[in-house]
Design a protein around this ligand. Structure first.
Ligand code: 3HC
Length: 705
């Protein structure tokens, strides 16, 4: 056999049992070596008179976790997975698949092509290809509906959801759940049953009752199509996943598989697939930072959070969910009680949404969580997270006090979105233990965590930041110190640009529409209304006080805000929100205010169309993203992409702004920037990194390697 697949026969009292074991660490991806080895093993089993039944099993921590994604985009080396799976299913002796860890994508499709499936209790199965901009391309869209029915199959395939062994048993996807922890033993035990009970060969492709039951049910299919399209927001893969699943009801298996292949190839050749696979690998690269090579994370059992407002309570709950003990510290008893209420409200919501049950909620609220009005309570914390106002003096004052009381070796973190962490660290006697942690609101929901490594932050303190992100199931991105770090610094640029476009003649509603159509969940003005226009105004005031550089075009926003129209919370901002609705209607008075400002500034309005809006919007985002990389604030372009994907709603199927730039062509982006330069040379000065990359004929991705 090959190194990746072994073939052994055990002579058992029940008869010869062939064990076909896949060994391709770390996740047994179905690479060319695995496909080739598996096909040879199946052929050997077919010819082997000493073996009456075969067990297919994975070595190491998991069954096959899918096709080898690294091979995508390169010429396919035969045998293809569909051919291997046809050979498995077509065997005339029974083949049992023993699943442990995760059987995903092509791995789960391999399991579906076996005649029987036994899963360890801890195993999960799924077809997550949709998240890679693909659809299951080795019969998954045709076999799964035959076992689980079209609705369950469509849900699993269009969402990529992993299903645990218990649910898989209920859905008829696996035949048995084994309580043990040895997949080979589970497979052999099932194989003995197959022999003893003379269980027949059962080919999934020939089980037709469930797909026939819904054949021609166009009302059902149209309903499913409408739902999937709405959720997809421009992403192609869920839509084509569903079409492939529906084909299983319309076509005989062999033709259904052909239809699946055509749709698979359409996606394989689409830019969305390239973008989403970039995001997949970027997800795994982003946590690889220099500090983790030398630094060892410090303990993270006991935390103290300073501040019980929106951020403090969200951070507290996310740590409680992770099983950490948290003391929330406020300035007085009254504020501490308010903080407790905020935390309990979020926990109650968690119960309502089914995230936790009442007993867990009570345990978290009463055992793991405590409040204090005395800052010396930080003394037993492994990590102290200050989540007070975004004000340097307030933060410095708190850090002086924290420094007095925190134990030696504690990690001292400031939750800040903009401020200089070096300055904060400098007021303590232990700047090496200080770092920034930029949580996103709501902190118990949002996945991004910017980990701000200041000049003196030790490697093990940075490593603790990454360990915390992992513990909280967040995506940690390393950022350097600057105003706004990675995300808010880029955000500031494209929000400024949005205000320039409005002042120059484009309606804020047209900007939101263009951004929405690009794939964002909302446009910049809708986001302003959600966050609160008063917060934006306070931020602008701070920047003006610090000596705002460049063009100020937010006068119309200041006027809207001055009218007390702060957005959703006041029922009116850029939009009007009637009867507590979260969907706003355009407000003619806002347009009048904008017109008045344009007239005062003698601006002749020149409205932009969707394409022109997005070219500017993206150029501004990419240009600042490049600067952030150039200055070392972000380690690599992929860190910028991950930040924008997880913190700012950038559509994943576009890969992130810098991947998007690579796919459009960096030379074209540079040409756009240069063409806008005449309008505002300071704002549109091209980042040197882009100029250099274009001159060298390279792209951002060359810096990710
Ligand atoms: N191909 C190639 N490499 C893969 C891979 C795959 N399918 N799955 C994981 N890897 C790599 C990761 O990049 C990582 O590499 P690194 O150590 O160099 O960074 C390493 O394996 C370990 O992966 P994780 O860090 O993600 O390990 P976890 O234990 O956290 O997660 C997992 C394991 C749940 C299996 C997760 O890796 C995963 O979800 N993998 C992708 C599964 C998937 O999407 N499968 C479908 C593939 S497409 C397909 O099958 C098409 C078919 O229909 C024809």
């Amino acid at each position: 056999m090959t190194e990746a697949v072994s073939y052994d026969v055990l002579s058992d009292a029940a008869g010869g049992i062939a064990v076909i074991a896949i060994d391709n660490p770390p996740v047994n991806a179905a690479s060319h070596a695995v496909r080739d080895g598996l096909l040879k093993a199946i052929e050997q089993f077919g010819d082997d008179a000493s073996a009456a039944v075969a067990v297919v099993v994975g070595k190491g921590r998991t069954f096959i976790a899918g096709a080898d994604i690294r091979e995508f985009g390169k010429p396919m080396q035969a045998p293809g997975l569909p051919d291997v799976l046809e050979a498995i299913e077509g065997q005339n002796k029974p083949i049992v698949c023993a699943i442990h860890g995760t059987a995903l994508g092509g791995g789960f499709e391999t399991a579906l092509s076996c005649h029987y499936r036994v899963a360890l209790k801890s195993a999960r199965v799924g077809l997550p290809e949709v998240h890679l901009g693909l659809l299951p391309g080795a019969g998954g869209t045709q076999r799964l509906p035959r076992l689980a029915g079209i609705e369950a199959a469509a849900e699993m395939i269009t969402t990529g959801r992993h299903v645990n062994a218990g649910e898989a048993l209920k859905l008829g996807i696996v035949d048995s759940v084994d309580e043990g922890d040895d997949p080979q033993a589970a497979g052999i035990a099932f194989a003995r049953r197959v022999l003893a009970e003379q269980m027949p060969i059962r080919r999934t492709s020939q089980v037709n009752d469930k797909v026939e039951a819904v054949r021609g049910n166009e009302a059902l299919f149209d309903g499913m199509r409408a739902m999937v399209k709405k959720k997809a927001k421009g992403q192609l893969s869920p839509v084509l996943c569903l079409e492939a699943v529906i084909a299983s009801t319309e076509l005989p298996f062999a033709e259904g598989v052909q239809r699946e292949r055509e749709l698979f190839m359409e996606l394989m050749n689409s830019p969305q697939r390239e973008a989403m696979i970039h995001a997949f690998f970027a997800d795994r690269q982003v946590g690889k930072v220099p500090e983790l090579k030398t630094g060892v994370a410090r303990p993270l059992d006991q935390a103290a959070v300073i501040g019980g407002g929106t951020m403090g309570s969200g951070i507290t709950v996310s740590m409680l969910y992770a099983g950490m003990a948290v003391t929330m510290i406020e300035r007085d008893e009254e504020s501490a009680a308010r903080g407790r209420k905020n935390v309990e409200r979020i926990l109650d919501e968690g119960v309502k949404r089914g995230k936790i049950d009442q007993a867990q909620r009570d345990h978290l609220a009463n055992t793991l969580y405590g409040v204090s009005a005395d800052i010396s309570s930080v003394s037993n914390a492994d990590i102290v997270i200050e989540a007070a106002f975004e004000n340097m003096d307030v933060k410095k004052d708190l850090f002086r006090q924290i420094d007095k009381h925190a134990k030696q070796g504690a990690v001292l973190a400031s939750n800040t979105s903009y401020l200089n962490v070096n300055e904060i660290a400098a007021v303590t006697g232990r700047p090496q233990d200080v770092l920034g942690l930029h949580f996103f609101s709501p902190a118990h929901v949002m996945r991004l965590l910017e980990i701000v490594v200041a000049d003196k932050t030790l490697a093990d303190v940075a490593a603790t930041g990454f360990a915390l992100a992992k513990k909280l199931k967040k995506v940690g991105v390393r950022a350097g110190v600057c105003d706004g770090f990675i995300g808010n610094r880029i955000l500031e640029r494209y929000l400024s640009l949005a205000s320039y476009m409005v002042e120059d003649g484009t309606s804020p509603y047209d900007i939101d529409k263009a951004v929405l159509e690009f794939g964002y969940p909302m446009g910049p003005n809708q986001m302003g209304d959600l966050a609160g226009l008063d917060i934006g105004m306070a931020n602008r005031e701070r920047k003006v006080a610090e000596g705002w550089q460049g063009r100020y075009a937010a006068d119309y926003m200041d006027r809207i805000t001055a009218l007390g129209r702060y957005g959703q919370k006041t029922g009116r901002g850029f939009y009007i929100y009637e009867d507590g609705s979260r969907i706003g209607k355009p407000d003619p008075e806002v347009l009048e205010i904008i017109d008045a400002v344009r007239a005062e500034k003698n601006i002749t309005p020149k409205p932009l169309d969707n394409e022109a809006i997005m070219r500017r919007y993206m150029a501004a985002m990419i240009n600042e993203g490049a600067r952030v990389v150039e200055e070392g604030i972000a380690l690599r372009p992929l860190d910028v992409d991950i930040t924008m994907l997880y913190g700012y709603g950038f559509p994943r199927w576009r890969g992130g702004p810098l991947k998007y730039a690579d796919m459009v062509g960096l030379d074209k982006i540079l040409a756009d920037i240069r063409s806008f330069e005449g309008e505002d040379p300071e704002f549109w000065k091209p980042a040197q990194l882009i100029v250099d990359l274009v001159a060298r004929g390279e792209n951002f991705d060359s810096l990710n390697k």
